[in-house]
Design a protein around this ligand. Structure first.
Ligand code: GLU
Length: 302
């Protein structure tokens, strides 16, 4: 990273947290470069967390393939507790139950909701893909828990500010952005926002390194973390994403960018890493680089 705009924590504990809803792709390789690169440059460690909170979309086969591709690339994580082969959210549901019980016990405004995504989208004209704040339709209805209902948390008014390690000072108003935070979805799965906040707290993560596409999530995660008793938020670094020529971000359905596909086509780990680094502007060309060079790729000395 050319300029780290603020001091990052010394000896941080950060995480690599893929969702096994697809195979590892070049976007993950860029994330791994930043995660391991910053952790190594700062003398810290990386824990591996499989974010399989979405039971409908996650597959064990993806977990195995992700672990295998990661090891092949040469990115090694510190094991979390005794988790074998990797720590998975789906094996720790009591922790999320406990966090929810804590929010209830503290009297935070939780409510069951029967609005579909389409109902919410219909309340405000917005460009495709833009977030429409939840209009609080069910907030005061006193609905009981029932199949097909989701659980939301009304957020506080006000702004969350944080100093992103790459982008500098950020100010976000979570309530204006999303209205109420979804904690449990209509399929009774914990949501990403809830599970990641609970886990970053209990795994003592003090440095979160992830793509710019998650920047808008940070204020709400800081607010939720505070409600859950986190004394100070983690430091966040949001890195650039690889984009296609037409500007879209990579997705798991882009088969041309799957690590497994490149592997089967005969690419070496260093070629995959070098290509990913170049696609995101970390290097001027596609020269191969090993995972062990991550620190020097992401933290350029002046
Ligand atoms: N599991 C998320 C993903 O694969 C990453 C979450 C995060 O870094 O906060 O996109």
């Amino acid at each position: 990273m050319a300029s780290l705009r603020r001091r990052l924590p010394a000896r941080p504990r950060t995480r690599f947290a893929p969702s096994p809803t697809g195979f590892l792709h070049l976007g993950h390789v860029v994330n791994a470069l930043y995660v391991w690169g910053l952790a190594r440059a700062l003398g810290g460690e990386v824990v591996l967390r499989i974010e399989d909170h979405d039971r409908a979309r996650c597959r064990p086969a993806y977990v195995e393939a992700i672990l295998d591709d990661l090891a092949w690339l040469g990115f090694e994580a510190t094991p979390l507790l005794d988790a074998q082969p990797a720590w998975r959210q789906s094996a720790h549901t009591p922790a999320y139950d406990d966090a929810l019980a804590q929010l209830r016990a503290q009297g935070h405004a939780l409510f069951w909701c029967e609005c579909s995504r389409r109902d919410i989208q219909a309340t405000a004209p917005a460009p495709a893909g833009a977030e429409v704040p939840y209009p609080m339709t069910c907030a005061a209805r006193g609905l009981a828990q029932a199949p097909g209902r989701s659980l939301r948390l009304a957020l506080g008014e006000g702004c969350e500010t944080f100093d992103d390690g790459r982008l500098g000072l950020q100010a976000q108003a979570p309530r204006a952005q999303c209205g109420a935070l979804l904690l449990v979805d209509r399929d009774a799965c914990w949501t990403y926002q809830f599970a990641v906040t609970v886990d970053d707290l209990r795994h003592d993560i003090d440095l979160v390194v992830r793509g710019e596409d998650l920047l808008d999530s940070t204020g709400r995660q800081i607010q939720l973390g505070r409600l859950l008793g986190r004394p100070a938020p983690a430091v966040f670094v949001h890195h650039p994403l690889i984009r296609h020529a037409h500007g879209d971000k990579l997705s798991k359905s882009n088969r041309d960018t799957g690590v497994g596909d490149l592997r089967r086509a005969g690419w070496s780990p260093a070629r995959v890493i070098g290509h990913a680094a170049w696609r995101v502007g970390l290097t001027p060309d596609e020269a191969p680089h090993a995972a062990a060079e991550a620190a020097s790729l992401v933290v350029q000395t002046p």
